[in-house]
Design a binder for this molecule. Structure first.
Ligand SMILES: Nc1ncnc2c1ncn2[C@@H]1O[C@H](COP(=O)(O)OP(=O)(O)OP(=O)(O)O)[C@@H](O)[C@H]1O
Ligand SMILES: [Mg+2]
Length: 274
C-alpha cells in the first residue's frame, strides 16, 4: 500500500510533488486524531486514515490550545513531519518563538510584555509604538498607536481581548525583508503594504538577493530550532541596521520561486526514507 501523507491546511498542489504517496488534505480546525499502538490516525467526517507523513502548512488561523495538543500527539507518534513537530511546538506561541530567537542570540526587537487585566497600560511608551496582542499571524492583533488619545482607545480594546500583549517601538523602516531558508538554501523578499504592515494589502513584493547578514541570522535560527524551513521577518532601519521581528515556522510560499516547493517536498520525502 502507498504511504499516506496528510497535508494540514495546505495548498492544493502538493499531490504532484509526492507521486508515490496518497496525499489527503485536512483542515486542522475539522480534524480529530488518534494515536493507538504507535499508529497515527487522522479522522474527519468522511474517513479515518492512517498517516505515514505530515506536511504542516497551517497559516493564519485562530489559535486554539488544541493545536498545541495535536503537535504533541504528532511528536509522540514519531511520524515524519515537516517542520518537525518539536520545532512547530517551540514556535507555536508568539512569546515562545521570541524567547527561542533571543536564546539563539538573534537581534530581536526590544519589547515589553504584560499579562493580566489592564497591565498593558504599565508598558506603554511614548507614541508612536506598536502593540501586538496574543498569538496571531497575518498582521492580525497588531496596532500602531500614533498618539496618547489613540492609546486610550486601543488599551480599552485590549482589555476585551483578555490575552497577553507586547509593546515595541515603531520602526520607521526603509525596507521590510523576509529571509526564508529551506535546509541550506536561502531566498529573500522585500514587501511593501498599503499601510504600516508590509504583509497586509501588500502592494509590492520583490524577490531579492538575500543580504549576507540575514542569511547568517536565518541559518542560525533554523539550526537552533531544528527546522527544515523558517522565514525570518526583518525591518531595515533608515540607518541600514536590521531588526528581527519574528520567525515563521510555516511560511507562505507564494511570490517565491517555484523551486521552493520541490525543495520543501524533498524535506518530507527524505524524512520518510529514514
Ligand atoms: N515594531 C514595528 N515597527 C514597524 N513596523 C512593524 C513593527 N512590527 C510589525 N511591523 C510591520 O507589520 C508586519 C507584521 O508584523 P509581524 O511580522 O510582527 O506579525 P505577523 O505578520 O502578524 O505575523 P506572521 O508573519 O506570523 O503572519 C511586519 O512585516 C512589518 O511590516
Ligand atoms: Mg510577519
Amino acid at each position: 500500500m502507498r504511504p499516506t501523507i496528510a497535508v494540514i491546511n495546505g495548498e492544493q498542489y502538493w499531490q504532484s510533488y509526492f507521486p508515490d504517496c496518497e496525499v489527503i488534505s485536512q483542515r486542522l480546525q475539522d480534524a480529530s486524531w488518534v494515536l493507538r499502538d504507535g499508529e497515527l490516525w487522522c479522522i474527519s467526517r468522511e474517513a479515518g486514515t492512517r498517516i505515514d507523513g505530515v506536511f504542516w502548512r497551517v497559516g493564519a488561523i485562530r489559535p486554539d490550545p488544541r493545536h498545541r495538543t495535536v503537535l504533541d500527539v504528532l511528536r509522540l507518534s514519531g511520524v515524519p513531519c515537516v517542520n518537525p513537530a518539536s520545532t512547530l511546538a517551540r514556535c507555536q506561541d508568539r512569546l515562545s518563538m521570541l524567547a527561542e530567537l533571543r536564546g539563539a542570540g538573534l537581534p530581536v526587537i526590544h519589547f515589553d510584555v504584560a499579562l493580566g487585566d489592564d497591565m498593558v497600560r504599565r508598558i506603554a511608551r511614548p507614541a508612536p509604538f506598536v502593540v501586538k496582542v496574543g498569538n496571531h499571524h497575518g498582521g492580525y492583533g497588531k496596532a500602531l498607536v500614533r498618539s496618547e488619545d489613540e492609546w486610550f482607545e486601543v488599551a480599552d480594546l485590549l482589555f476585551a481581548a483578555n490575552d497577553y500583549a507586547v509593546v515595541e517601538p515603531y520602526i520607521d523602516y526603509r525596507r521590510d525583508v523576509r529571509c526564508l531558508a529551506i535546509r541550506d538554501r536561502f531566498w529573500a523578499m522585500s514587501r511593501a503594504g498599503a499601510g504600516w504592515k508590509a504583509n497586509v494589502q501588500t502592494r509590492k513584493h520583490q524577490v531579492i538577493d538575500p543580504p549576507e547578514e540575514l542569511v547568517g541570522y536565518t541559518r542560525r535560527a533554523r539550526e537552533h530550532l531544528g527546522a527544515d524551513i523558517v522565514a525570518l521577518d526583518f525591518l531595515e532601519t533608515q540607518g541600514g541596521d536590521y531588526i528581527l521581528l519574528e520567525c515563521n515556522d510555516t511560511p507562505g510560499l507564494s511570490g517565491f520561486p517555484e523551486a521552493l516547493r520541490e525543495e520543501l517536498a524533498e524535506c518530507l520525502r527524505e524524512r520518510m526514507r529514514r
